[in-house]
Design a binder for this molecule. Structure first.
Ligand code: RIB
Length: 294
């Protein structure tokens, strides 16, 4: 069975529910404060596992936050490549406003400590045709992509959060690029989905693109196929982790069915459930929930 190796962040999310995002010079009280598990990497690993994929998470977490590693194990993630270190974990400060939107500050901490020898040792354990998944919340992303590609893995890259560095990453080695509209615009300077894909396709002819468009839906483009999947209409309370849920369910379904259209529909369903709940990792649905809520 094909496995997924996810080099990803592990964060403690400090979540503040507010009427509106705090403005420059303003001090406000929150309506509620909660601590959750998060990090784009952790969220995506849990989503993959809950969607039925075999996922190995590679990352680092501080010794005071081993509960995050335990949570991943409880959710079915293989944490054999998660290292406990003596420094601080990554964390995120998240405001969630009355519309369920978020504003996030991240602190890298342990997520920025992956060494070249860590990357090479971990990638060496995988087989050609396994999948490498990586976001832009850990260090050494170019090395991770290059090492995994050299081993023959299929590369899935989610350049979130977007940074100027991404423009110099080896995107030509990526098999599946998963971006939202803002990230897509940074990469292509285009806003319209077909134009985004055409621009990428001119530069990287083999790349498949998954474009997420929030409450409008998602689209898949590759040299072989193009599909659009409208979003489901739900009452959202917190969008945090919805993109990560989408990615985990999309990739798990793609691996098991080799059907990008079915994977897009499955991922859209999972993300719709995620936004109806608070928190990131805690709001990721199970496969059973997807079956029963159809
Ligand atoms: O994508 C959501 C995640 O982004 C949060 O869990 C937070 O940790 C930030 O990394």
């Amino acid at each position: 069975m094909k496995s997924v190796l996810n080099f990803g962040s592990i964060n403690v999310d400090y979540v503040y529910t507010v009427e509106h995002f705090v403005r420059p010079g303003e001090t406000i009280s929150c309506q509620e404060y909660r601590r959750f598990a998060g990090g784009k990497g952790l969220n995506q690993s849990i989503a993959l596992a809950q969607a039925g994929a075999y996922v190995y998470h590679a990352g680092k977490v501080g010794s005071t936050d081993t509960w995050l590693k335990t949570l991943m194990e409880d959710k079915g993630v293989d944490t054999g490549f998660v290292e406990i270190i003596s420094g601080s974990s990554g964390h995120a400060i998240i405001q969630v406003n009355a519309a369920g939107e978020n504003a996030i500050i991240i602190v890298g901490g342990a997520n920025q400590l992956m060494s070249e020898s860590d990357v090479q040792r971990i990638v060496a354990d995988f087989e050609p045709d396994d999948y490498l998944l990586v976001q832009n919340e850990v260090n050494a992303v170019p090395l991770i992509i290059q090492s995994a590609k050299a081993k023959g893995l299929k590369i899935v890259f989610n350049p979130a959060p977007m940074s100027a560095d991404v423009l110099n990453y080896p995107i030509g080695l990526v098999d599946i690029l998963i971006v939202n509209e803002t990230e897509a615009h940074s990469l292509t300077e285009e806003s319209e989905p077909e134009r985004i894909y055409e621009t990428l396709n001119q530069r990287f002819p083999q790349i498949a693109l998954v474009l997420t468009m929030g409450n409008k839906g998602a689209a898949y483009f590759s040299p072989q196929a193009r599909f659009f999947q409208p979003a489901e209409k739900v009452h959202g309370v917190d969008t945090t982790g919805a993109g990560d849920t989408f990615i985990g369910f999309f990739l798990a379904e793609l691996i098991s069915t080799n059907d990008p259209k079915a994977a897009l529909a499955y991922a859209t369903r999972a993300a719709a459930i995620c936004v109806t709940r608070h928190g990131a990792a805690d709001s990721i649905p199970s496969r059973r929930e997807l079956r029963t809520q159809q």
